[in-house]
Every structure is written in C-alpha cells, then in structure tokens.
Design a protein around this ligand. Sequence first.
Ligand SMILES: Cc1cc2nc3c(=O)[nH]c(=O)nc-3n(C[C@H](O)[C@H](O)[C@H](O)COP(=O)(O)OP(=O)(O)OC[C@H]3O[C@@H](n4cnc5c(N)ncnc54)[C@H](O)[C@@H]3O)c2cc1C
Length: 278
Amino acid sequence: MTQLPSHASVIVIGGGIMGCSTLYHLAEMGATDAILLERNKLTSGTTWHSAAQVRALRHSQNLTRMIQYSVDLYARLERETGQSVGWIQKGSLSLATNPDRLTHIKRQEALAHAYGIDAQSISLAEAKERWPLMNAEDVLGAVWSPDDGRVSPSDVCAALIKGARHRGAQLFEDIGVTGILTQDGKITGVETTAGTISCDAIALCTGLWSREVGEMAGAEVPALACEHFYLLTKPIEGIVGNTPTLSDHDNRLYIRDDSGGLLVGCFEPMGKPIAPGI
Ligand SMILES: Cc1cc2nc3c(=O)[nH]c(=O)nc-3n(C[C@H](O)[C@H](O)[C@H](O)COP(=O)(O)OP(=O)(O)OC[C@H]3O[C@@H](n4cnc5c(N)ncnc54)[C@H](O)[C@@H]3O)c2cc1C
C-alpha cells in the first residue's frame, strides 16, 4: 500500500503536462514538500495524445514569451536531469491558399520579427523543397519558422518529475482524488482513494476533468472539452527522417511525420463539445 504523507503544503491533482510542470516549478520555488496525485499513470490523460508541437509565435507577446521560456526549459531540464525531452527542431511551414490567409501569414511574419523570432516568407519552390510530398498547386505563399519543433510529451513529464523529485517533491500514481475538504471557504485537504491528506492549497491540473474535480470544492470551473481528431498513417514512401510541421489553416490541417508515416491533425471549425461527466 502506498504510504501517503499526512500533510503537504500543495497537492497537485493530475499528472499530465500541467501537473508535472506545476510540481516542478513549485519545488523549484521552495515548496519541496509538494506532492502530485494521479489517479492512473503519469501522462495517461490528454498529454499522451499530444502532437506536442512547439510553435514559438503566438498571437500575444506574453504567450510567445511563455513558449520561449518552455524551449529554454526543455534544454535546461535535459542538462539538469539527464532525461531527454525528445526535442526535434525541424521548423514549421505555414501555407496560404487564399489572399486573406496570405495577408495573415505575412502579418504573422512581421509580428514574429517584432517579438524577436525568426520567420521568413519563402517562395513556393522553397516550400516544396522543404515539404516534397506537398501538392502546391493552390498554394499562394508560405512562411517558414526555423526555430519551431516538437517534444515527446511523456519524456518532458518524466524530466519534470525527475527534477521535482530531486528537490524533495513526490509523485503518487494510481491515487485518485475523490473529495476536496474546505473550511470557511479555504481548502484544508483532499480525500483520496488511499486516505485523507491535509494541505494548504491544491493545484487543479486535471485538464478536461477539471469541471468535475472543481465541483468537489464547490467551485465552477469554466472548462468544457471538445473533440479533436487526428490520424496516423502507416509508413509512406518518401518520408525519410523528421519533417517540418506543415500548417494549412484553410484546409484545417497540420501534418508532420510520425514513425515513417504521417500524423495529420485537424483544426475543427465546429469542435464537438463532450458532455461533462464522461
Ligand atoms: C491529438 C492532440 C494533439 C495535440 N497537439 C498539441 C500540440 O501540438 N501542441 C500543444 O501545445 N498541445 C497540443 N495538444 C493539447 C495538449 O495535449 C493539452 O493541452 C495538454 O496535454 C493538457 O494537459 P493537462 O495536464 O492539462 O491535462 P491531461 O494530460 O489530460 O492531464 C490531466 C490528468 O488528470 C488526471 N485526473 C483527472 N481526474 C483526477 C482525479 N480526480 N484525481 C487524480 N487525477 C485525476 C487524469 O488522469 C490526467 O492524467 C494536443 C491534444 C491532442 C488531444
């Protein structure tokens, strides 16, 4: 039987990328008795499915800075823990197949320069060279972002946990939170499948289940999950090594290599909401 502590300053609930990162940063900030509770195994939620693309350019400067922080963190984590995070920097290619999108990607290029990120408009010939499998007949323009990449989500989580444990924080798998205890509007502990633990605070990192877990404390978490689709093909001739990530927003697709085949994800125009409680 897992021996849980009777008290922790902070209990992080959920062992996806958010929970692992929160535990790591709490421990780094001195909350070395913080613990993480995961009801299944680490990364058994959404994080496991992630295409894990890391695209530096976001629509606000703060988000862009956060991504830049993440990229620095990945390199630091590898040095600190010896655990690879699977960083593959192959760049990304944004395509425009109509004039409005062309204006949009050119604006993004200008924004990238304002935020100090490398991005370049490239010719169709160069785009085709970077992505030989592409049918570029309807492509009007492309922007190339050389610094973009991707990680292995489970390896990033493993590195974060290793770094957090090194500072004293603890991870408990197969322990679900079943209740949240409060007194005078303040969180005082959690009930779990293996007993009760008192705490000063919780960090709710339960992703698409956050609405249900928040309800345990009487809080309404305004999060509603939507379905997201992606497909993986068998190995395809012509795919050698890692490809850049190709984004074709007007056709609602992002594409990259995966195990010698393609991973094709969709930007759903009308994402189907998932009923809470599932
Ligand atoms: C197909 C796909 C592609 C994606 N591609 C990208 C991408 O390219 N780039 C990108 O940045 N993002 C991408 N995402 C999004 C990204 O994966 C998610 O935003 C991220 O993984 C969410 O992490 P999380 O830690 O919040 O949630 P999760 O990984 O879902 O973790 C929540 C955890 O909480 C646990 N939990 C729930 N209830 C309890 C309880 N009561 N007690 C204890 N534990 C509990 C669950 O078991 C789960 O492990 C993609 C997602 C999908 C599905």
